[in-house]
Design a protein around this ligand. Structure first.
Ligand SMILES: N[C@@H](CCC(=O)N[C@@H](CS)C(=O)NCC(=O)O)C(=O)O
Length: 371
């Protein structure tokens, strides 16, 4: 049986819990309180992060993408990847969007409208046996770390209104899609659903003010959240019910267009800047951030704004997963992937030249050195 160290408020924790339930992988969930951090997470991973899995065989897994890669090899049934290269590339693209881009509404709404709730919960998770006053004191300290991520991602006073407009439009488009399709890529969940579920459940559904907003603006999305949260019930569903990746449904196309419009330039600029930085540096272990850059939200709309954000190293590692599918595909498949991504104006990501790749070593992001 696997052990999942987690807290309910965690974005990535929600992603992996739903995945484990969907795959019927036996696990027990243990609250990641201060004792677990001190005795289980820090000694193995080396830095404070959640979720972490201790496998039945005693292996430590950190990072939900690595966890899913691991379990997809061990448990081939109910794959979260469609059986075609375009479907797989699209799944990884949706994972990058869910993991990285939906941070904007998730962090914005949590820290602007649900701060007290989140602070109390963080204090309680840290030490369920402490007094309420003590939980509040520690909760404020922990919350500060997460709240400080807002300006790092360009979530500021200046971008707040735009983030909300973009999020409401996202909800509208996702609502339209789930009126016809139970999941992003058809009748069964894919990697993208789990990645979207992280922010949409842990922050935007569970946090009280955000939950009210979602229930009012997008009841069908709430139903999707509930569906994604009910895999432990082993509800029946139709397998091999993917959309046609050579002619994806309009509702999905519109959703992808909306999400890709601002994100393609963000991730492209970030990867290109990192390649330049890597050429001029000899660092093996990657810093989390390596500079600042301007980015645009709401491109071409009346709510368009420009703001600064930090350039992160992690985005390239996530994009390598998308590009690997393209690079390892035969020409005919590459053409299909390009056609699919062109349909929502994202095919330029395949022009990214990543000559210096990143890998992982001891739970750290490192420059990949070829021998
Ligand atoms: N990409 C990682 C991210 C994990 C992550 O960012 N976890 C948050 C909580 S939801 C955390 O503990 N972050 C601490 C940190 O990054 O310093 C994953 O997929 O697991």
């Amino acid at each position: 049986m696997e052990t999942l160290y987690n807290v309910d408020a965690s974005y990535y924790g929600a992603k992996i819990r739903a995945y484990l339930q969907y795959k019927s992988i036996p696990f027990t969930e243990v609250l990641g309180d201060r004792v677990i951090f001190a005795t289980k997470i820090l000694p193995t991973v080396g830095w404070p992060v959640i979720p972490v899995i201790l496998t039945e065989l005693g292996e430590t897994l950190q990072d939900t993408s690595d966890m899913i890669d691991h379990y997809e090899c061990v448990y081939a049934e109910k794959s979260v990847f469609p059986p075609t290269a375009p479907g797989t590339a699209l799944s990884y693209w949706l994972e990058v969007i869910g993991d990285e881009w939906l941070k904007l509404p998730a962090l914005h709404y949590r820290w602007r409208y649900n701060r007290d709730f989140a602070v109390r919960e963080m204090g309680r998770n840290n030490d369920p046996s402490a007094t309420t006053d003590e939980q509040l004191r520690v909760g404020k300290k922990i919350a500060k770390t997460f709240q400080d991520w807002c300006p790092i991602h360009g979530i500021t006073e200046h971008t707040g209104a735009s983030i909300e407009t973009e999020y409401l439009e996202f909800l509208r488009l996702f609502e339209n899609h789930v009126e016809t399709f139970p999941y992003l890529l058809g009748g069964q969940p894919s990697l993208g659903d789990f990645a979207f579920f992280g922010p949409l459940y842990a922050h935007l559904y569970r946090d009280p003010a955000s939950g009210d907003l979602m229930r009012e603006a997008a009841p069908g999305v709430c139903d999707w959240v509930v569906r994604m949260n009910s895999f432990n019930l082993e509800l029946p569903f139709e397998e091999d019910s993917w959309v046609d990746f050579e002619a994806i449904p309009d509702t999905l196309l519109r959703l992808l267009n909306h999400l890709s419009r601002d994100f393609v330039p963000v991730i492209t600029d970030e990867v290109q800047a990192l390649q330049l930085w890597l050429q001029s540096s000899s660092d093996i272990i990657m810093p989390r951030y390596f500079g600042d850059i301007d980015f645009v939200l709401g491109t071409g709309c009346s709510h368009e704004v420009t703001e600064k954000r930090k350039l992160a190293t992690y985005g390239q590692w996530m994009m390598q997963r998308v590009l690997n599918v393209f690079e390892s595909s035969a020409d005919t498949e590459r053409k299909k992937i390009t056609r699919l991504f062109s349909s929502f104006s994202a095919s330029s990501v395949f022009d990214l030249a990543i000559s210096i790749k990143l890998g992982k070593r001891n739970f750290q992001l490192v420059r990949e050195i070829e021998f």
